[in-house]
Design a protein around this ligand. Structure first.
Ligand code: HEC
Ligand code: HEC
Ligand code: HEC
Ligand code: HEC
Ligand code: HEC
Length: 205
């Protein structure tokens, strides 16, 4: 376990208890305690700082904003889902583990060695495979390392939470879009409604 985050948790909890006098509800408390913690070398301090390439980058980093990802290929979710290819065909880990996984070229070519070989985009990926390159997908969902969030798909799929609840209607999109914000409030609210655990260490490390 990372001691720094435990420390952060203690500071937060301390602030929550000292401040409101009760457990905090849903939303993370305002960033008071955090600023007091000195950052270790190479670690984000959680304090606004201009130690970033540009001031804009510092702002984005501080507010956890990220640029829309630029994918190496416009991957059409809609076409594949309309052919009744299931999510788990490509996101193989989603039912059994923490990570869903994002398919690389080898998975594409299981089908596209034979399917739609006359289309430009398929010829493009076939050429990439011949050149020994892979598709460097950029992440759409996911947390920064500093958030120290622990997520696990499998228990949600077992509990019959749909992909749509957390990711929106990916099946009608081309490249995946981040139309749902998975804030701590979203997670905790549903956990309360379903009697799922709400201890800090359920979702943090
Ligand atoms: C399980 C089989 C399967 C897998 C795996 C698969 N595809 Fe497809 N893909 C299809 C089918 C079926 C179509 C529809 C072809 C048609 O229009 O007849 C399609 C269509 C496409 C098209 C649209 C082609 C066009 O321009 O009309 C693209 C692009 C594509 N796939 C890319 C990919 C990529 C990239 C991957 C890997 C990340 C991938 N596919 C994995 C079956 C698959
Ligand atoms: C309870 C909410 C929730 C549900 C339900 C859910 N996801 Fe996710 N998914 C997430 C979160 C949160 C992340 C980011 C996790 C991280 O980066 O730590 C994620 C990440 C992903 C990723 C990125 C790769 C990875 O392995 O992290 C894929 C792909 C994905 N989900 C697919 C799916 C599919 C397919 C389903 C349905 C079968 C699904 N998800 C259901 C919340 C959910
Ligand atoms: C034929 C393969 C294929 C199928 C079927 C498929 N996906 Fe994907 N998925 C991909 C690829 C390739 C990417 C990376 C490109 C992108 O982000 O659009 C991706 C990205 C995603 C992401 C964003 C992951 C991240 O955090 O970067 C989510 C969420 C996701 N898919 C959910 C789904 C859901 C839900 C379904 C079923 C409705 C589904 N996918 C079906 C191939 C597939
Ligand atoms: C729509 C409802 C819903 C949302 C949203 C949701 N969860 Fe869950 N989660 C559940 C349910 C239900 C379970 C319990 C399944 C069980 O009892 O096995 C669960 C279980 C978990 C577990 C496993 C807990 C354990 O120890 O068994 C983790 C970790 C988790 N969720 C993290 C998250 C995170 C992080 C988020 C936000 C990104 C999130 N969940 C959003 C419904 C949800
Ligand atoms: C059900 C899951 C869940 C539980 C339980 C949970 N959190 Fe969170 N928490 C999250 C998620 C997800 C985020 C990240 C939100 C984001 O980045 O948008 C987060 C963010 C945070 C942050 C902000 C981190 C940062 O770097 O900005 C703090 C602090 C925090 N949580 C503290 C707590 C404390 C203290 C508890 C226990 C009272 C707790 N969390 C319980 C899911 C959870």
């Amino acid at each position: 376990m990372r001691t720094t985050f435990s420390l952060t948790l203690l500071v937060w909890l301390g602030a929550a208890v000292a401040g409101a006098g009760c457990g905090f509800i849903g939303e993370p408390p305002p960033p008071v305690g955090r600023a007091a913690l000195p950052a270790l070398p190479g670690q984000s301090s959680g304090v606004f700082t201009t130690a970033r390439p540009t001031v804009a980058a510092a702002f984005s980093d501080f507010f956890g904003r990220r640029a829309a990802p630029q994918q190496p290929l416009e991957f059409p979710h809609n076409i594949h889902v309309s052919k009744e290819i299931t999510c788990v065909t490509c996101h193989e880990g989603v039912e059994t583990g923490a990570r869903a996984g994002i398919p690389g070229l080898r998975t594409c070519m299981v089908c596209h060695a034979a399917i739609a070989t006359d289309r430009p985009r398929i010829q493009q990926i076939t050429k990439m495979q011949d050149d020994g390159r892979d598709l460097a997908w950029q992440r759409v969902f996911g947390y920064t390392a500093e958030a120290h969030v622990r997520f696990n798909h499998a228990p949600h799929i077992r509990a019959k939470v749909e992909c749509k609840t957390c990711h929106g209607d990916i099946g009608s999109q081309t490249v995946a879009q981040r139309n749902v914000e998975l804030t701590m409030g979203t997670c905790v609210t549903c956990h309360r409604e379903h009697n799922a655990p709400t201890g800090c260490l359920t979702c943090h490390f």
